[in-house]
Design a protein around this ligand. Sequence first.
Ligand code: 2M8
Length: 429
Amino acid sequence: MNTPVWPPPGFAALDRAAVGVLLDNWTGTYTVPSRTLYPHQWSWDSAFVAIGLRHVSARRAQRELESLFGAQWADGRVPHIVFDRAAPPEGYFPGPDFWRSPAHPASPAVATSGLVQPPVHALAAWLTFQADPAQARRRGFLSRLYPKLVAWHRYLADRRGVDGLVAIVHPWESGMDNSPSWDDALGRVEPTPIDAFRRRDLHHVQAAERPTDTDYGRYVRLAADYRDSGYADRLDDAQFVLLDPMVNALFAASEAALADIAAEVGADPLPHREAAARVSAALVDRLFADELCHAYDVPARRLSPERTIAGLTPLVVPDLTVAPALVKSALGEHFRLGQTALLPSYDLTGAAFDPSRYWRGPAWFNTSWLVWHGLTRHGELDHADRLREVTLTAAQQAGFREYVHPFTGEGRGATDFSWTAALVLDLLR
Ligand code: 2M8
């Protein structure tokens, strides 16, 4: 019998090309998601990049996370964007002048946004450490990062805690900006008129592949209101307060990773293991229905009926009690794991399904990687292998695009996109 060879020989060029993208998008201290569309540092992008970059240079992957945590606020929040002041101001909206972070007493020296993104960082830090433990120990990588990760999780639990889960206050915080899960809640928000600001994203990507002007107006309104409150996290007054399954899945998985990190640096892992178990139980208790996890609208007290890939990502949580149901959902008609070019971001049968528009149907490499990681974690190796195979084929056909059409695999959004290259590399190594 032949022993299977991994990666298959045909993927050597893909591996080289992925490394090339990561080298090109490296700025000296971190990696931009895209040289054109996103010319600054993004929080969860850097975490995904570290997961791939560790195979190229363990030191560089550590630097990626260290530079992000260098911009952590005194209140523990890790900002969703860290701005490069040298980048042209017309490159991205909303830029540093919109967020006005230096005016806030808790902000770091560098200009940042005031929102956050899904907490995948402790998981990324642990995987980065594992790439070269001896080198990481020499640099004190985890002993320096551990207290910062703890402060980050404390911010989420204390300032964003609702019923044992973590709330988001803006669609940008979910990482899945215009997911149909936010439509009802966004309907309560009066959009800022489109002539009051200038979108920059449409300079780089077709309008049909990005959020609409009305949705952008709502994002701007919510962000401006949060900024004007002094980034105060008054959840009782906010219009948009949602419990998102992916944010909470990553919080639980990252608490589990923090337990491993704590043990490595000589701290007590037990509080982290207990926190992971609590969040995991709350996730199932509050967000699981009809064989999937859903977003919960806190002011409306309503579980969203929408099915998005965020609802499958709790597979990343160790010992998740509902993992078999999530696997069944991944294979069913809504997501069709292994039968499409890549896992769609939204229900293939959903009323709002659009195969080209941002997070309303297209397939993304990071969410597919999370499901792959989760399937592996839960011993579903055949399904994990199939997902890895379609993911690599999608990258081979489309290149390192930001996302792809879920049926044809045609590339969409930015080209030479960093987390796509990084996660493809992780699947290859
Ligand atoms: C997208 O989000 C930014 C705002 O943060 C945007 O649309 O301008 C999302 O896909 C998000 O998940 C990602 O982190 C960011 C940068 O890649 O782009």
